[in-house]
Design a protein around this ligand. Structure first.
Ligand SMILES: *Cc1c(COP(=O)(O)O)cnc(C)c1O
Length: 382
């Protein structure tokens, strides 16, 4: 795009170090038939849910001259009820926090608990946004490499925690882009190491990002079960993925009341609009319908993993990471960008993510999966 401002080139801006020259994060948003690159739920909300959302938004619109409920206790109560139903944990509204996507929740976390002189730690390959929130809050960012199969190297992890004394530790389960879930035993090992850290006399915090938790395979527990015994653990969730509400922008967190109260200090006043609150509450009232496709997506996912493992590239079977999420990570390709472009030429958009040689594909509808498979077969046989 060319700028229409004749001075744009010459003025120069005092962009601070760390931000200068950086580009905004985001997957390409292209207008192609098969969008398999951002892990959305492919099923749009059904008409009865749309009608209910419209009704609630209409109600909210009658009061838009007023600021929204700043502490959104009704929505927090609904979220606590949802978690009680989904994961069998008892939480009060005061244990819940929410914001415009779980990304904003994480940014609140680093605003409250990170900052100059403090370190946040993640386990790569993982979600690229954590390091950006660290950058934005002047928090030092540190990484521990995962094993070759993307599981955690617990010895290395605990040694690094002891050495670096991070204030905040991000665990992503299931992990993006690899799909890898952590066991409760693994999370406990990290949480115990975090308890031995001293940040001005307080333990390190462990944030378990469960953006994809609803897709986990049977028998994979949620870290919500640890909240009662580990006061230094918090779990983030989102309505963007399984809940089929990415456009609604609602992410949330469960933690101790003390933890939530610290986040309330850094949030912008009225950060959750009345419209957002109305949309989220209407969607939560239909959680069974909105989550109704999750089982089908999980089956489609397992089938896709199995199918990909039967495919080969240069006479070698593809390597496919086990997945507890709604996407599958597969490789390795000499030139993943070439394959990504070739798939795009068939109208199939996947994601170049994580280490070189790997691609990530979101599980879509059966029709989308057929298009992906046939495009991939064509390109692998080239
Ligand atoms: C998609 C995703 C999120 C959720 O983002 P929202 O801001 O809630 O839309 C959080 N964490 C990870 C790892 C994700 O992939």
């Amino acid at each position: 795009m060319t700028s229409t401002n004749p001075h744009a080139q010459s003025v120069g801006l005092p962009v601070r170090q760390g931000i200068r020259g950086q580009s905004p994060y985001g997957a390409p948003q292209l207008d192609v038939p098969y969008l398999l690159n951002t892990n959305e739920n492919p099923y749009a909300p059904p008409p009865e849910v749309v009608a209910s959302i419209v009704h609630e938004v209409t109600q909210a619109a009658t009061g838009l001259n007023r600021y929204p409920d700043r502490d959104f206790l009704d929505l927090r109560t609904d979220l606590a009820d949802f978690l009680a139903h989904e994961s069998n944990v008892t939480l009060a509204a005061e244990n819940i926090w929410a914001a415009n996507g779980s990304n904003e929740v994480m940014s609140h976390i680093l605003q409250a608990f990170g900052g100059p002189g403090r370190t946040a730690l993640g386990f790569t390959p993982t979600y690229a946004m954590y390091s950006e929130y660290a950058r934005n809050t002047l928090t030092q960012w540190a990484e521990v490499q995962r094993n070759d199969d993307f599981t955690l190297d617990l010895e290395h992890a605990t040694a690094t925690i002891e050495e670096l004394q991070p204030a905040v530790i991000f665990l992503t389960s299931p992990n993006n882009p690899t799909g890898t879930a952590l066991t409760l035993a693994e999370i406990k090992t990290i949480a115990d190491a975090a308890l031995r850290v001293s940040i001005d006399g307080a333990p390190a915090l462990v944030i378990v990002d469960e953006a994809y938790a609803e897709f986990r395979r049977a028998g994979t527990p949620s870290a919500l079960e640890l909240l009662a015994t580990y006061p230094n653990v918090a779990v983030t969730r989102t309505m963007s993925k399984a809940f089929a509400l990415a456009g609604g922008r609602l992410g949330y967190l469960a933690a101790s009341r003390e933890f939530v109260d610290a986040l309330r200090v850094v949030r912008l006043p009225y950060h959750l609009s009345s419209v957002t609150q109305a949309v989220a509450r209407a969607a939560l009232a239909h959680s069974n319908v909105l989550l109704g496709k999750v089982d089908q997506i999980r089956q489609e996912r397992d089938e896709l993993v199995r199918w990909l493992r039967e495919q080969s590239y240069q006479n070698k079977s593809l390597i496919v990471s086990d997945s507890d999420a709604n996407f599958v990570f597969f490789g390795k390709f000499d030139d993943r960008h070439a394959l990504w472009s070739a798939l795009l030429s068939h109208g199939v958009l996947v994601r170049e993510s994580g280490p070189e040689g790997w691609l990530r594909v979101t599980v879509g509808t059966p029709e989308e999966m057929t298009a992906f498979k046939s495009a991939l077969v064509k390109e692998l046989s080239q």
